[in-house]
Design a protein around this ligand. Structure first.
Ligand code: BGC
Length: 450
């Protein structure tokens, strides 16, 4: 039995959501519209024109959802705040009712024995700030810090962990380069500016969280390990560019104080000069780094693949999720050890990991069978355990997601939940993956086998 899996005693077992993906009622109680509300209501931007207007109706069903999390046995829950609920214009006037929702959520979680882990920005920017240039306006770093200050003063006595931003890479790649996410721009000139202002906002936000008495403060990034399809120098170089663009673009400035050299090569004449002093703000030590891991990529040189010239090579021998992401748990182990090797010792949390697969219709009162998601969860938790055994300092795991929810431009068809949501009735049904996760939590991992 000595080799059975056992996670550290104080390891956090969590699950994660974000405001616009689950809450619904986006304009309730005086909230200001977000850029995502606007984007989703623009014809052609999301699958079937779907929006977050109702989503999981979590804004109104929050106590019931916290009870479900308790049934799962979660010891932590990661959620995000909708900036525009708190500050309808993005700056200035505070909306007491909006902040009150998160205040009640935090108390409800604590009463259920679940540690609150709050993210300040998970993609839904107040539309009023978008109108002032959004992430392209340098002032946004100060706007964000003032928002952080307001929230942390109110909730900081009870929230265990704060993240400034969720996945800045996705915000800029989807929102400013490819136009597939809000605000839907397509400009290589704007993209590095938005990235840089996100990082400055992160730095000033971190200071604001600490000054307002917040406990742990960190940043959440998505990492997708890159493997070269061959030893050919051009495939190796393409893979390095892809890795710099996606995995090092944010972590190098935060941990090492500068951008990877490959970015200037990727952006060419669109790559700006940034004031050196900005990096003093950006490079503030983190209490933790949040890593979101879903998949890996195998790359080969492909000049027309914009912007990095790296095409993806499909792996026909492996399973792909309904997002068309390869299931490859070993990369999860690899990437956590890569973070340690490159950036040194910083406590890590897995702030998202999960899979979308087609689920059959539910039958009242019955558990839903989701064997592919069960396999994904089991194999990734085993891979995580291998990384910890090899020295990665991982303190918690947050499954994405407790509930099926609004998958941004892909709408409601991509189901990531451990708990099924019938969006017509809002009925919640446990999936087999939820039962596995509850067993893993109860046994500190032993239910994963050796
Ligand atoms: C995001 C989530 C999203 C998930 C699955 C992450 O990129 O943080 O909001 O739903 O991945 O795509």
């Amino acid at each position: 039995m000595t080799d059975s899996i056992r996670f550290p005693e104080r390891f956090l077992w969590g699950a994660a959501t974000s405001a616009y993906q689950v809450e619904g009622s986006p304009l309730a109680d005086g909230a200001g519209a977000s850029n995502w509300h606007r984007f989703a209501h623009t014809p052609g931007m999301t699958a079937n024109g779907e929006t977050g207007d109702v989503a999981c109706d979590h804004y109104r069903r929050m106590p019931e959802d916290v009870a479900l999390m308790r049934r799962l046995g979660l010891t932590a829950y990661r959620f995000s705040l909708a900036w525009g609920r708190v500050l309808p214009e993005g700056t200035g006037r505070v909306n007491a009712a909006g902040l009150g929702f998160y205040d009640r959520l935090v108390d409800q979680l604590l009463a259920a024995g679940i540690a609150p882990n709050a993210t300040l920005f998970h993609w839904d920017l107040p539309a009023a700030l978008e109108d002032r240039g959004g992430w392209l306006n340098r002032d946004i770093a100060e706007w964000f810090a003032a928002y952080a200050d307001t929230v942390v003063r109110r909730l900081g006595d009870r929230v265990a962990m704060w993240a400034t931003l969720n996945e800045p890479w996705v915000v800029t790649d989807g929102g400013y380069l490819h136009g597939t996410l809000a605000p839907g721009h397509r400009s290589p000139y704007e993209t590095p500016i938005a990235s840089h202002n996100l990082l400055r906002a992160h730095g000033l936000g971190l200071r604001a969280i600490r000054a307002a008495g917040g406990r742990q403060a960190g940043l959440v990034v998505n990492l997708e390990p890159k493997y070269a399809a061959s030893d050919r120098p051009e495939d190796q170089a393409a893979t390095r560019r892809a890795e710099a663009y996606m995995n090092r673009q944010y972590l190098d400035p935060v941990f090492l104080g500068g951008y990877p050299a490959e970015l200037a090569e990727i952006y060419g004449e669109a790559w700006p000069e940034f004031p050196a002093a900005d990096f003093d703000v950006i490079r503030a030590p983190l209490d933790f780094l949040g890593v979101n891991y879903y998949t890996r990529a195998v790359h080969r040189h492909e000049p027309r693949a914009w912007p990095v010239g790296a095409g993806r090579v499909r792996q026909p021998q492996h399973t792909y999720t309904s997002m068309d992401w390869e299931v490859y748990p070993q990369a999860f182990t690899d990437v956590l050890l890569w973070v340690k090797a490159r950036y040194g010792d910083c406590p890590l949390h897995i702030t998202e990991n999960g899979s979308a697969f087609y689920d059959p219709p539910t039958v009242e009162g019955e558990e839903l069978a989701d064997p592919l998601r069960v396999g994904y969860l089991r194999d990734h938790l085993r891979a995580l355990h291998r990384a910890i055994a090899a020295g990665a300092d991982v303190r918690g795991y947050f499954a994405w997601s407790p509930l099926d929810n609004f998958e941004w431009s892909a709408g409601y068809a991509k189901r990531f939940g451990l708990i099924h949501v019938d969006f017509a009735t809002q009925r919640r049904t446990f999936k087999a993956s939820a039962r596995l996760y509850a067993e893993v939590i109860r046994t500190h991992g032993a239910a994963l086998g050796a």
